[in-house]
Write a protein that binds this ligand. Structure first.
Ligand SMILES: [Zn+2]
Length: 146
């Protein structure tokens, strides 16, 4: 049976033995991203902020083509007026060493398509005002957290 929701799909992957995540082929990856687009408002990280992320992670310029985020609150805008993006999440992860920088780099421009299962989302302070922002999911062309 074709999974029609993200939870159904994760259920299928888990029944097939996946625990915290799974490696996907390009077709499956597209399928999951299509489902994600129905989870809430999707915020595309602006090009300028993608370049900023590349700088923080010491990645080659233009190596990140897209980085989409779904705000858990359903509202894309922080009370300060900023629209939090992947930048807020990555900046927090880099500053607080949530993950090793190499792992972050591999995640963002990795060679494998990886779908990491999210149960609670990721919270980071707004890059402008510091208020908490939670993303229920985010993805690049080859990495999904949802
Ligand atoms: Zn803010």
């Amino acid at each position: 049976m074709e999974a029609t929701t993200l939870d159904q799909l994760k259920g299928e992957y888990r029944r097939s033995g996946a625990r915290t995540g799974i490696r996907l082929d390009a077709d499956e990856m597209r399928k999951v991203i299509a489902l994600l687009a129905h989870q809430g408002p999707v915020v595309e990280t602006p090009a300028l902020e993608l370049r900023y992320i590349e700088g923080m992670l010491r990645l080659p310029l233009d190596s990140i083509g897209e980085f989409s985020v779904i705000p858990a609150s359903g509202r894309s805008r922080c009370p300060c007026g900023r629209t939090p993006t992947a930048l807020d999440i990555v900046a927090y992860a880099v500053m607080h060493k949530v993950h090793e920088e190499q792992l972050l780099r591999d995640t963002v421009i990795g060679v494998y398509n990886v779908f990491e299962f999210a149960d609670e989302g990721r919270t980071a302070p707004c890059h402008r005002c510091g208020r908490d922002f939670t993303a229920s999911g985010y993805w690049t062309h080859n990495y999904l957290y949802a």
